[in-house]
Design a protein around this ligand. Structure first.
Ligand SMILES: Cc1ncc(COP(=O)(O)O)c(C=O)c1O
Length: 366
């Protein structure tokens, strides 16, 4: 069986290093907010080119705590791509703010040319989600944000180390949010996340908020949360980070192979926006006519694929209260019916990829 993602393969590439680091931390007797978290925060900030990084418990925490600390809540609107992952939208709504959806473009990210039409007097921020490992058009997004005095939060959960015009994503807006969920580019061995920012005051607020609102033990400045990155995850993430360029390069090679060898006219290959690069968190093809048939056909040949995502957030049961209906965002709805993520993981062999490519090229649609 060729899995859509095979985390064990990436682990095997450096298993001894992870084991050594894990034992070192277990033996240390210090498990929460210690030296590993501090070092990881410094190394991740350096990696993305930000001044500060604050480790958190998950990517969703990074999002909702960002909006909380930016004071964006009830009565406020946040613009977000209509084909985003549900967690992006929850990051907005947990604080009581309202998501305002904007259709994606042919690069599967927010269509920046449609953002202005979605701005109202209540708009406070744009959440730029760099979906599938590809950067949004941050030049247009930042210029709209400047014109309307909006905050910009970047969701880089699926984009660890990719760029827009040479600058690493996460460093354009006020805050860059990262998830280190195990399947992500730099994935932890459990849940983990972080934010990056150049604003020292904001970074400090995150540090206080993640630890029950306290800077000094038992002195609580605000009502916070428990969203601490633990030492074990931070230490293991440091090992992952030391290999991230190789991981990204390998996925790039796999994507190039798919690009050059998939030749089935029923399958539209992903396009990379000029000025962006992709770290290929997912290799997402569009199959407008018979996506589900292709998925089934591949499954019969023991090739696993995934749909990111089958239900756009505005049609999710969780967001019925927003009152949207089918047809409100036709492009996002169309994408939900045609996207398919092909197997893509570090450690994928050329034999495995050949099997996937040959199977796809042999699909006739019947
Ligand atoms: C785009 C995006 N945003 C947010 C999240 C939430 O991250 P987490 O699962 O770490 O809470 C994820 C992934 O799960 C994601 O893919």
């Amino acid at each position: 069986m060729i899995m859509p993602n095979n985390l064990g393969r990436q682990y095997e590439l450096h298993a001894d290093e992870y084991k050594k680091k894990a034992c070192e931390i277990l033996d240390s007797g210090w498990y929460i907010l210690g030296k590993e978290v501090e070092l990881f925060e410094k190394e991740w900030a350096d990696y993305v080119g930000a001044k500060y990084c604050v480790g958190l418990a998950s990517g969703l925490d990074a999002l909702w705590i960002s909006f909380r600390l930016l004071n964006i809540g009830k009565g406020d609107e946040v613009i977000v791509c209509a084909n985003a992952y549900i967690a992006c939208v929850m990051g907005i709504t947990i604080n009581g703010a309202t998501p305002v959806f904007v259709e994606p473009d042919q690069y599967d990210n927010i269509d920046a040319d449609k953002i202005e039409a979605a701005i109202s007097d209540n708009t406070k921020a744009i959440l730029a989600v760099h979906l599938y490992g590809q950067a949004c058009d941050m030049t247009k997004i930042m210029s709209i944000a400047k014109k309307y005095n909006l905050k910009v939060v970047e969701d880089c959960a699926q984009s660890h180390g990719n760029h827009w015009q040479g600058q690493t994503v996460g460093t354009f807006g006020d805050i860059g949010c990262f998830s280190f969920y195990p399947s992500k580019g730099c994935g932890a061995f459990g849940d983990a996340g972080c934010i990056v920012t150049d604003n020292s005051e904001l970074a400090n607020q995150f540090k206080i908020f993640r630890n029950y609102g306290s800077e000094k033990r038992y002195h609580n400045k605000m009502v916070g949360s428990n969203s601490r990155l633990d030492e074990l995850q931070a230490g293991l993430l440091r090992v992952k980070l030391s290999h991230i360029d190789d991981f990204n390069e390998e996925r790039n090679r796999l994507a190039e192979e798919y690009d050059s060898k998939i030749s089935n006219p029923l399958v539209i290959k992903p396009q990379v926006r000029p000025g962006a690069d992709s770290t290929w968190h997912q290799y997402v093809v569009h199959v407008p006519e018979n996506r589900d048939k292709l998925m089934e056909y591949l499954k019969e040949r023991e090739i696993g694929t995934l749909i990111h995502y089958p239900i756009p957030p505005h049609l999710s049961e969780a967001y019925a209260y927003l009152g949207h209906k089918v047809g409100d965002y036709p492009i996002a709805e169309k994408y939900a019916n045609e996207v398919l993520s092909l197997p893509m993981y570090n450690g994928m062999t050329s034999e495995e990829q050949k099997i996937v490519i040959e199977a796809i090229n042999g699909f006739t649609g019947d």
